[in-house]
Design a protein around this ligand. Structure first.
Ligand code: ADP
Ligand code: MG
Length: 255
């Protein structure tokens, strides 16, 4: 290794930028062959490091978020789901709502795209550098009740508050006992005006009392959740049953 190459390796280590050391030599050869300006060479080396960090980090964050599948807005057929405008969701995907610490709520019957759209927004956030965590309401309750059992509920909520986006899927499929309802309430209030939530539910807010029990607590919960929020109500048939209507499967599946 030449003296300059080992100096670059040393400096890259000092900067904790290993990609610089890995790419500097090969890019220098290419720069000489192609007669690059010095600035172009510097930019290429820095770009390799930045790309290694952001591309890699982005995929790590997508993995860490524990999405059940990876979905994107490109896979979403807005001509099938006409109750939401593409522009509204594309605007959300710019992620201003995360900077504003506001929320997104998707309401609608099964199969209308709530989970899909929330994952798509979560993936966009993860790729843009935000930490994201996805789980069903039941899974969030299990996690918080475990923390509570060990006397660490406040610590857990504080830890979660450092994650800018939590997604709570499937609120409403299973009614909560009072303990579970109070844990969801703690989660929503701990994030109020400080970090964002995406919440998905198959039930309208007026039916949330059936899920959470106490109407006073529900009012307080919904109040905090929607004070700064985009509420998107999805309508229509289940995408899962698309094309199956004529085969008579719809009638059986919804019996
Ligand atoms: P929900 O959470 O509202 O029950 P999902 O988002 O899980 O519904 O959608 C069910 C399935 O149908 C998923 O595989 C999803 O990717 C797909 N899907 C739903 N709506 C659309 C759509 N408009 N375009 C493309 N795929 C869709
Ligand atoms: Mg769903």
């Amino acid at each position: 290794m030449s003296a300059t190459a080992s100096e670059i390796a040393f400096l890259a280590r000092a900067l904790r930028a290993p990609r610089i050391a890995e790419t500097a030599g090969a890019l220098a050869d290419r720069a000489r062959d192609e007669g690059w300006e010095h600035e172009r060479y510097l930019a290429a080396v820095l770009d390799a490091e930045v790309c290694a960090r952001t591309c890699h980090g982005g995929e790590n964050r997508v993995k860490a978020a524990r999405f059940p599948q990876t979905k994107t807005l490109d896979d979403f057929d807005f001509s099938f789901q006409r109750s939401v405008k593409r522009e509204v969701v594309s605007h959300l995907a710019q992620l201003d709502f995360l900077a504003e610490h506001s929320n997104v709520v998707f309401l609608g019957p099964p199969g209308t795209g709530k989970t899909h759209l929330s994952i798509a927004l979560g993936v966009a956030a993860a790729r843009k550098g935000y930490r994201v965590a996805f789980a069903s309401a039941t899974e969030w309750v299990a996690r918080l009740s475990e923390a509570k059992r060990f006397g660490r509920l406040t610590d857990e909520l504080t830890r979660l508050s450092r994650i800018p986006l939590l997604i709570v899927d499937e609120v409403g499929y299973i009614p909560f006992d009072p303990e579970a309802a109070s844990l969801i309430f703690s989660l929503v209030s701990s994030r109020y005006e400080s970090s964002s939530l995406i919440v998905n539910s198959n039930k309208t807010f007026s039916a949330w009392t059936e899920i959470f029990g106490d109407p006073v607590a529900v009012a307080a919960l919904v109040d905090r959740l929607v004070h700064h929020a985009e509420i998107i109500t999805l309508k229509g048939d289940s995408y899962r049953l698309k094309g199956k209507k004529d085969a008579g499967i719809v009638a059986r599946a919804t019996d």
